[in-house]
Design a protein around this ligand. Structure first.
Ligand SMILES: N[C@@H](CCC(=O)N[C@@H](CS)C(=O)NCC(=O)O)C(=O)O
Length: 202
């Protein structure tokens, strides 16, 4: 059994998508970030930096209990645990990791920056700057998805890494217009039953 600590954010939703895709048994625990529920002494034992998502796998390798934070690390751990959604062939794996990192280290933090800039600053210039930067990254994803069905070619971690961020920024994408390959991809990914179940968790 796996305990999942999460909330309804792009980063928070990612592990539930993979848990559902892999058919793993898990118990979701929804934290209210506005009430500081990720900053209690008990939760800091699970994730010392006090952020969601995190998992506790009570049946880790060799029967160990594994506590893990960082949505990308959780996706990779679950891929290794199940042998699914991340190839073992070194070249194919490197390609999947490249697109996973694009979602996790370029796209997701830029979306986070929009949230912080728009909620903390009176002046909206910074938020607009990050919106333009995010649309630039999504434009790269759109061109890629004009050549292949899924980000890394085959469906995998990269798609689960990107989808919840895309879902949270649909209004921006719609206002921009175009990006038809990205929208086709989002429709396909979003129609997967496991993705629908995972997105509904928090
Ligand atoms: N890089 C981390 C980001 C985690 C993160 O920023 N979580 C936010 C919600 S999206 C959070 O828990 N914020 C609460 C806080 O830091 O107080 C990941 O992908 O897991």
């Amino acid at each position: 059994m796996i305990d999942l600590y999460t909330a309804g954010t792009g980063n928070g939703r990612r592990p539930a998508l993979m848990l559902e895709e892999c058919g793993l048994a898990y118990t979701p625990h929804k934290l209210d970030l506005t009430k500081g529920e990720s900053h209690t002494p008990a939760y800091h034992k699970i994730n010392p930096v006090g952020a969601i998502p995190a998992i506790v796998d009570h049946d880790g390798p060799g029967g160990q209990v594994v506590s893990l934070a960082q949505s990308g690390a959780i996706l990779m751990y679950l891929a290794d645990k199940t042998g699914r959604f991340l190839p073992t062939d070194p070249v194919a794996r490197a390609g999947h990791l490249q697109w996973t990192m694009f979602a996790l280290t370029d796209i997701a933090p830029t979306s986070g920056a929009i949230f912080y800039a728009s909620s903390k600053l009176e002046d909206k210039a910074a938020a607009h700057l990050f919106e333009e930067r995010l649309l630039g990254f999504l434009g790269h994803a759109d061109r890629r998805l004009g050549e292949v069905e899924y980000l890394a070619g085959d469906y995998g971690l990269a798609d689960m890494a990107l989808y919840p961020v895309y879902d949270g920024r649909r209004a921006l994408v719609d206002a921009k217009g175009g990006l038809s390959n990205l929208k086709r991809w989002a429709d396909t990914v979003g129609a997967r039953p496991a993705i629908q179940r995972g997105m509904a968790v928090a």
